[in-house]
Design a protein around this ligand. Structure first.
Ligand SMILES: [Zn+2]
Length: 133
């Protein structure tokens, strides 16, 4: 996946309130690719639902020590997921789940978020959320 267009990047920052989704830092903002960017560098342009606003530090950490938290919160999406809009996103500063629809985010209940995540990931999602042991 290539870099987003300037329009997509600015739209995603606006949707996310011009702050890091995980910590609220309004500086060093980066466009986090929810799906891994291929090493070869595909020409496919990321859509707004492929992106999230993170600060520099959290963008790095989502690929490293924060990876599981990033997956369970929808900040990252497994590379095989074809429709990232089906994976809900947790915004900790709002203490709420949202589904992404283009450049908009729509608040949803936790129950709906669990249903959405489960429909994509099945047991793995339930395990992340400790719904099952
Ligand atoms: Zn941050």
């Amino acid at each position: 996946m290539a870099s987003p267009t300037e329009k997509t990047r600015k739209g995603v920052y606006l949707r996310d309130g011009h702050r890091c989704v995980t910590c609220g830092n309004p500086t060093t903002l980066e466009f986090q690719h929810r799906r891994r960017v291929g090493a070869g560098g595909s020409k496919i342009l990321p859509a707004p639902v492929d992106g999230l606003t993170l600060c520099h530090r959290h963008n790095r950490e989502c690929e490293a020590e924060m990876q599981t938290e990033a997956l369970r919160s929808g900040w990252k999406v497994r590379a095989w997921v074809r429709r990232p809009e089906l994976v809900p996103v947790y915004y900790p500063l709002d203490r709420a789940w949202f589904r992404l629809e283009g450049l908009f985010r729509i608040e949803i209940s936790r129950a709906v978020a669990m249903e959405m995540g489960c429909s994509v990931y099945g047991a793995e999602w339930l395990a992340w959320h400790e719904v099952i042991a």
